[in-house]
Structure formats: C-alpha cells, structure tokens
Design a protein around this ligand. Structure first.
Ligand code: S3P
Length: 171
C-alpha cells in the first residue's frame, strides 16, 4: 500500500475526476482536496468569474499557488483542474509525494458530459466539441506523463475507482 502518498487525479474537464475522487475518499477514508475549490475559497469567487474578470493567465497563477500548497499534504486525494498539467512545475510538485492517475476520456464522451454545464469558461464557445478536440490534442503529451492511465470511456465512476484501488493495492 502506498502509505501516506497522495492520490492525484488528472484529466480533461468532464473526465469524471471529481466523482472518482469522492468515491476513492469514501473507500480509503481520506480527504479530497480540489485545486479549483481551493482557488474559489481563497478568491471568494467562482472560477468563471475569475476568468471573466482577470483572465486565464491570472487563473493559472492562482492554480500554481494552489498546487504548491496542496502538494505539501500527505495521504489525501487531489482532484486537479484539467489544465494543471500544462505547467511542468505543477507536475513535479504533485509527483513529489503522489501517484498520478490520468483519467483518459474521448472528446465525444467529454462533450456529452460537459455540454449541459456552462460553468467551464474554456468551453463556453460556439463549437465546444472542436475546442475539446483541440485542447485535448495539445494537452495529451502532458496528461500522458501520469504514472498510470485509466481508460474511462463507457465506464462508471465506481469502475474507475475500483481500478485505482486495484493499482494502489499493488504499489
Ligand atoms: C480547466 C479545467 C477546470 C477549471 C478551469 C480550467 C482547464 O477544471 O480548472 O475551468 O483548463 O482544463 P475541471 O477539469 O475540474 O473542470
């Protein structure tokens, strides 16, 4: 078992990180910490407002600070915003005391999951599916730096959770 190590979930928006994180937390009796939630708590604003008022670069700086802080913890589940991976310093910090799992999901499946949820500023565009494909293509190489990749297409969060548990049992 991976004593004290954090379980870090990365993946595109809508890949199910938050639900899987909660399921894992219940099974392992650990706390979930979400980078987005920490940012919202500190700024006292929701992500969409931060993007609208201060722009993406500002958000990425807040995200960097959040990751630095969260990475110091032990024994927690870390639910990362989809763009955390583009900064190599974030990945290095998360890896320091964590095992990183990439929830890999196809653009079509992501689209199905996010289309009725307008709270994601990057996907508030005329053609979200196209945007998902573009971003995913750009980010693939970063996501693939994870220690483990889980194919989540057509699987339930419980199944994904079980896969993570199976891996950490053997770690
Ligand atoms: C983002 C993903 C979002 C949030 C922000 C930017 C991204 O988190 O951090 O809207 O760049 O992929 P989720 O992946 O939890 O939706």
């Amino acid at each position: 078992m991976i004593k004290n190590k954090n379980i870090v979930l990365i993946g595109f928006m809508g890949s199910g990180k938050t639900v899987v994180a909660k399921a894992l937390a219940k099974e392992l009796k650990r706390t979930v910490i979400s980078t987005d939630e920490l940012i919202e708590k500190k700024e006292k604003k929701i992500i969409r407002e931060i993007f609208r008022e201060s722009g993406e670069n500002y958000f990425r700086r807040l995200e960097r600070e959040a990751v630095k802080e969260i990475s110091q913890k032990e024994n927690v589940i870390i639910d990362c915003g989809g763009g955390v991976v583009i900064n190599p310093d974030n990945m290095a910090d998360l890896r320091h005391n964590g095992i990183i799992f990439y929830l890999s999901t196809s653009p079509e499946y992501i689209y199905k999951r996010v289309k009725d949820h307008p709270h994601r500023p990057l996907l508030n565009v005329d053609d979200p599916l196209r945007k998902i494909k573009e971003l995913l293509e750009k980010r693939k190489k970063f996501y693939e730096k994870a220690d483990y990749t889980l194919d989540t297409n057509g699987k339930t969060p419980e199944q994904n959770c079980e896969e993570v548990l199976e891996i950490i049992r053997h770690e």
